[in-house]
Write a protein of this length. Structure first.
Length: 186
C-alpha cells in the first residue's frame, strides 16, 4: 500500500543519476538527469527525507532492525528505485567495500534482470539479496512495464562496531579537511 501510494504520484520520482560537483561526471549511457532510472528516497546520503519516510511507516519499521550503514552525510540511503520499461543501467561499480547493497524487488514484470560480477539473476518479487557494489554490476528491464525495487545499504557483517566507528572517523576527518568527498550512493 505504501509503494502504491508513492507510485500513484510520479512527480515524487527524480532521476537517480544527478550531476554532482563532488563526483566524477560519467554519463556514458545517457542516464544523467534521465527519468529512465529514477528514485524516491526515504533516506538520502545519511539524512532522512521526513516527508517521504513518514508516508512509509511499515517500510521504516521493517528496516529499523537492519544493520544500516551509518556514515554521517553519506549513508544510509533507502529508496524506491524505478527502472522504466526498456531501460538499462550499464555496468558500473560502487566506491566503498565496507557495506552491502540490499535489493528487495517489489514490482517486477518478466524480463527484468540483474548481474553482479559473473552472476546474472532474474528479478522475482519478494526475493531479496545483498551484494558488494564494488563488484561490477548492471541491470535491465527488457519488459514493457516499469520495475520498482527497494534499495538500502547495510554494513558488511564482518565489519565490527569498532571498525564502523573508525570508518566514520575516517570520513569525518576527510570532511573536516574541507575536501569535497563524493557521496557514496547506492
Amino acid at each position: 500500500a505504501e509503494l502504491d501510494a508513492i507510485l500513484a504520484e510520479p512527480a515524487l520520482f527524480a532521476p537517480y543519476i544527478e550531476d554532482r560537483s563532488n563526483r566524477p561526471r560519467n554519463d556514458q549511457a545517457g542516464l544523467l538527469g534521465n527519468d529512465a532510472w529514477s528514485a524516491v528516497f526515504l533516506w538520502k546520503d545519511g539524512v532522512e527525507v521526513p516527508e517521504i519516510a513518514a508516508r512509509c511507516p511499515q517500510t521504516m519499521k521493517a528496516l529499523a532492525a537492519a544493520p544500516l550503514c551509518r556514515i554521517p552525510g553519506r549513508s544510509p540511503s533507502i529508496l524506491f528505485s524505478k527502472l522504466q520499461a526498456g531501460a538499462k543501467i550499464p555496468p558500473h561499480h560502487g566506491l566503498i567495500n565496507t557495506r552491502l547493497i540490499c535489493h528487495l524487488p517489489l514490482v517486477v514484470p518478466p524480463a527484468c534482470w540483474f548481474r553482479v560480477g559473473g552472476e546474472e539473476r532474474q528479478w522475482r518479487a519478494g526475493e531479496a539479496w545483498a551484494f558488494d557494489d564494488t563488484i561490477e554490476h548492471e541491470a535491465a528491464n527488457d519488459s514493457d512495464q516499469d520495475r520498482t525495487i527497494l534499495i538500502f545499504d547495510v554494513w558488511k557483517p564482518e565489519i565490527t562496531a569498532e571498525e564502523q566507528d573508525l570508518i566514520r572517523a575516517l570520513f569525518a576527518t576527510i570532511d573536516a579537511s574541507g575536501a569535497a568527498a563524493p557521496k557514496l550512493g547506492v
